[in-house]
Design a protein. Structure first.
Length: 304
């Protein structure tokens, strides 16, 4: 498998190097196809490792398809928002303790993910704005959000939804990416395409969604602050995360009033979701506190 993957990477690099010279437009189209393609997730990876309370299946119409998920418990609703290539029960470790605290917890698969039907990009493809629109659709159908816990790209999707008017009292962002131009840098390094193909891809992106820089988290938070008060936010990020840099979460905490950040060690990008101490931190943040309680968050607080 490793040899096959290495061969594929070498082929892509050679192809992009040629296209950079003779057909950068074709190369930018190809980057676009790869950028919005969802990773394949095995059944083994999706195997449930947590015993869950009884749940009620939900279906939410979205575009020409259906978003599927499950609701657990009763009480104020907390929504679990997975990231790129994820699935709702990737955050399953949070469900039993939150239900025990008296919350209703809704976990769902975004369009083209998991058990949900394909979204507007078609099978096996998606976009961050579509993830944000799905957040709004599910909450619109299932009831107002007391809290949202979002992993990875789910966090920018929630910020996107906030920018469109989503209301929520408490947020938790786990392993949030913050700057898609940095992600594109990594993508470019991995695939080996050059500046002409990159520029063409960015033009294609901008025609559909606007400049990529507009999705940078700090800029988005700045726009939100001009319009509204922001929910109470807890950010959790592992220092050994190889997919999203923890410094980005520190930067969000610095500009988000009242935000608190907790840094972990040795859990990476996904195992952090099941860590008992992380689960306990999320639970504590979502449990209601009266103003002035000892647990109230102070701006810029860092733990860990």
């Amino acid at each position: 498998m490793a040899a096959k993957k290495s061969t594929n990477v070498r082929f892509l690099t050679a192809a992009f190097q040629s296209l950079e010279v003779v057909a950068p437009g074709v190369g930018s189209w190809w980057v676009d196809r790869l950028w919005f393609r969802l990773p394949t997730v095995s059944e083994k990876a999706r195997r449930l490792r947590v015993e869950l309370p009884p749940g009620t299946p939900i279906e939410v119409p979205f575009e020409d398809g259906v978003i599927r998920g499950t609701a657990y418990g009763d009480g104020p609703t907390v929504y679990l928002v997975h990231g790129w290539g994820g699935w709702g029960l990737q955050l399953a470790a949070l469900i039993p303790p939150l239900v025990a605290e008296g919350f209703r917890v809704v976990a769902y698969d975004a369009p083209s993910h998991g058990d949900s039907e394909p979204g507007r990009e078609g099978r096996g493809r998606g976009t961050m704005p579509e993830l944000g629109d799905a957040v709004q659709a599910v909450i619109g159908a299932q009831g107002e959000a007391y809290g949202i816990v979002a992993h990875s790209l789910g966090a920018p999707a929630v910020i996107y939804a906030l920018d469109k008017g989503l209301a929520v009292e408490r947020l938790v962002f786990v392993a949030s990416p913050t700057d898609f131009t940095q992600t594109l840098d990594q993508f470019q390094q991995a695939l080996g395409f050059g500046p002409r193909i990159r520029a063409g891809f960015l033009r294609r992106f901008a025609r559909r969604f606007g400049p990529m820089e507009d999705f940078e988290a700090i800029s988005a938070v700045g726009r939100l602050l001009d319009e509204r008060d922001l929910p109470e936010l807890l950010l959790i990020h592992d220092k050994s995360d190889r997919e999203t840099a923890y410094e980005g979460s520190i930067a969000i905490a610095a500009v988000w009033p009242g935000a608190c950040i907790e840094l972990t060690e040795g859990l990476g990008h996904r195992r952090v979701l099941a860590d008992p101490e992380v689960v306990a931190s999320v639970r504590r943040h979502l449990v209601d506190r009266a103003p002035g309680d000892e647990g109230e968050l102070a701006q810029g607080t860092m733990r860990g």
